[in-house]
Design a protein around this ligand. Structure first.
Ligand SMILES: [Fe+2]
Length: 378
């Protein structure tokens, strides 16, 4: 990400200004001491934990159904649990978990993900992510990024609905959007100014009590007497952020542009893109929707948020389709004929290309449109 500095801190890192009121410096960094990081200045020692215990966590159960192209109606999963306990994983592989969160209850305590980065697309509702970096407000159309290892609490509205992905690998900005100086290039679909970072103000949560450290098959539950949201200053390159999809300027062309032009974020094991309202291709004989394609080494996941999804039959807001490697896909019968002559689209959809094959979960079976695979049959 980009350099941000706010609040109070010593002029020189790893030093102190006031021996009687020592600030506790915490390095929050990835890839040991080599990757992106921030330095945070706490009033309390962030290491102090008053008790610790372990709690088993429900693990995902694989689906027994055959692999094929899938369509899930995710909103039919309904509201359940909290942001911590209500995650509905629909598909996963060794590096990624993908699903939805539609919480019914507030968070039981704070959370920290030990094993994964989080990115969520806010389909409905709003909230505030509270962390040692400050308060970060988010709403519809935002991507909310939570780095691995961040202690956070989220206050949210009753209608919060998030399509999310957890990734074992870093979630970052595509290298081709950056110049050699690390700045977003002219011609990139978004700009540094579009990113919102947390603000150091009165924290919207006291920062003490339980922290549920998500460790895959278990939670490590810390109990803290002192606040961890006690930071008076921080600077660096690694922090949670929100960015709205409306800030992304779609790249259009004379002929059909392939999905990589819609790329928003990437990592070692995935690409995440956003399909947004845009003008279609301007060649007089262009076919404005995608051609049939055979993604021989990716599984392609799409979450449909709003708009008219003209290349897909039976798709509604909250729908998730998965087009798996090994089976050709593309427009359904009649879609190409219907698209010719159209000038624009108003769709908003999130796409994830998973580089390792995805497995489906038992939960996904409950909201599957079982006729989807045969929707290409005339
Ligand atoms: Fe596709």
């Amino acid at each position: 990400m980009f350099y941000v500095k706010q609040g109070k801190m010593p002029d020189l890192r790893h030093t102190f200004d006031d021996r009687k009121n020592l600030l506790r410096e915490e390095l929050f960094g990835e890839e040991s001491f080599e990757g992106p990081y921030s330095l945070l200045y706490h009033k309390n020692e962030p290491t102090e934990v008053h008790s610790i215990m372990e709690k088993r966590k429900a693990t995902v159960k694989p689906s027994g159904k055959a692999i094929s192209h899938k369509h899930f109606r995710s909103l039919e999963l309904g509201r359940e649990g909290s942001f911590i306990t209500g995650r509905k994983v629909l598909m996963y592989n060794n590096r990624l978990s993908i699903g939805v969160i539609q919480p019914e209850l507030p968070m039981e305590g704070m959370q920290r993900n030990a094993l994964s980065e989080f990115i969520g697309y806010i389909h409905s509702g709003s909230g505030t992510l509270v962390s040692p970096f400050g308060n970060l407000r988010f709403g519809v159309g935002d991507y909310l990024y939570i780095p691995k290892g961040l202690t956070f609490f989220i206050e949210y509205s009753k209608d919060l609905s998030i399509f999310y992905m957890e990734s074992a690998d870093r979630i970052g900005i595509p290298q081709r959007y950056l110049n050699i100086y690390g700045q977003l290039k002219e011609g990139s679909p978004y700009y540094t100014r579009d990113f919102r970072y947390p603000l150091l103000e009165k924290p919207a949560h006291p920062g003490n009590g339980k922290v549920f450290v998500d460790y895959g098959d278990r939670f490590i539950v810390e109990d803290r007497k002192n606040s961890i949201f006690d930071v008076v200053g921080w600077d660096g390159y690694l922090y949670p952020f929100a960015v709205n999809v409306e800030r992304f300027s779609p790249i259009v062309g004379k002929l059909h542009m392939p999905p990589p032009v819609h790329e928003h974020f990437c990592g070692k094991s995935f690409m995440l893109g956003t399909f947004l309202p845009r003008l279609f291709d301007f060649h007089p004989k262009s076919v404005p929707i995608s051609y049939y394609h055979n993604n021989i080494d990716v599984d392609e996941v799409l979450f449909y948020s709003t708009g008219n999804f003209m290349s897909r039959k039976g798709i509604a807001p909250g729908s998730i389709t998965v087009h798996v490697r090994g089976i050709i896909h593309g427009p359904q019968p009649g879609a190409v004929e219907g698209a010719i002559g159209k000038k624009s689209t108003d769709e908003v959809a999130v796409m994830i290309e998973a580089y390792d094959p995805l497995n489906f979960t038992e939960i996904s079976e409950g909201v599957e449109d079982t006729g989807y695979m045969m929707s290409w049959k005339k």
